[in-house]
Design a binder for this molecule. Sequence first.
Ligand code: F2R
Ligand code: MG
Ligand code: MG
Length: 351
Amino acid sequence: MSKDRFQGCLVGAVVGDCLGRPFEMLRPTDERLSEYFFSFQEPNLRLPYKPYTDDTAMTRCVAQSLIDKKGFNARDMAVKFVKEYYTNSKRGYGSYIPIVFFKLKETHFTDLYGPAKRLVDGKGSYGNGGAMRIAPVALFCRDMDKEEMLRIAKEETLLTHSNRRGYNGAILQCLAVHIALHTLEGTLERRKFLDQLIMEMESVETCGKEELDDDEDELEYVKRLRKVDELLDRGTAVRVLEVEDILGTAMVAHLSVPTAIYAFLRVLESTEGQEGNKFQETIKYAISLGGDTDTIASMAGSIAGAYYGLEMIPLHLQEQCEGINHAITQATKLHKMCEGQNKMMQKGKGI
Ligand code: F2R
Ligand code: MG
Ligand code: MG
């Protein structure tokens, strides 16, 4: 059922964020991580409720703006980001992004894209903040032309991340959620999934070459997706340190979005622990990589949730996290909007 996939996507993102947060910039041992996940199943143990971070705070703004405006409205989106930040700035935001929020507020939202463009001496941010919040765009654009979805993903990201690696990372994450959402459960094949992403990113990265950073490859994400494929060929023999070394686990887009895609595909393909729940295993594996654990688990969680659906997200994980009901409500509204748009399109075609 597609509503279940919409809900799975946004709930998956929240679960990854909340459960990954305690390990951000650390790397838990296997033993510690097993204890951590085991503790969630212990009914008599009262665990601290896990708050969400900037990942969820910003994803909620993106979803709410799409719902309120029935589409992308740059001003409304920017106002929502800024209001959210000044309501609770202690959600663990990146170091550059508050400068954008301050400038947007100071200039009364008269120059929506300027503050992000001027960041880091005009280079812009390539943090993974654009990618971590993009899932609602993939949901909202479920039945739209791919070009329209990519245009919205880019324009939404440019409000805060004007660096090519920052917005292309968000585009890649958006495509991954979109393809997962459209693939019938039980039929997703790694090769097909990666081939589709590589083909789309080849066309995306061919544009804007004049904006390349000195240390950036022309086909940065295509190259990294090929590395994901090579690592997957080696199955579960690939060690955590190799993943960190080859794909990265940092809070910048190019060193985290392909990593989240790898986490999702590795667990999908793995035959180890067959009895386990694939959604839970995805989150656990993403956290085991260390580094930017809240964001990598959140991005992997939104892809996995869009594919497996809410039904596959264990309640004992959901119960640990702040903001689950809100995510379900927003996902339900986005789904209703998509169904409505669909009906109107069919009516227009006389179907
Ligand atoms: N900021 C964090 N975690 C730090 C620890 C938080 C702590 N636990 C706490 O609770 O306070 N996590 C969040 O930040 C990431 C998303 O960041 P976003 O929104 O992209 O922000 P920003 O500031 O634009 O970029 C993040 C960092 O990337 C590096 N960077 C970006 N552009 C750069 C450039 N052009 N040159 C060099 N470095 C660049 C900087 O280090 C930025 O600080 C998520 O992980 C989210 O969870
Ligand atoms: Mg965070
Ligand atoms: Mg993070």
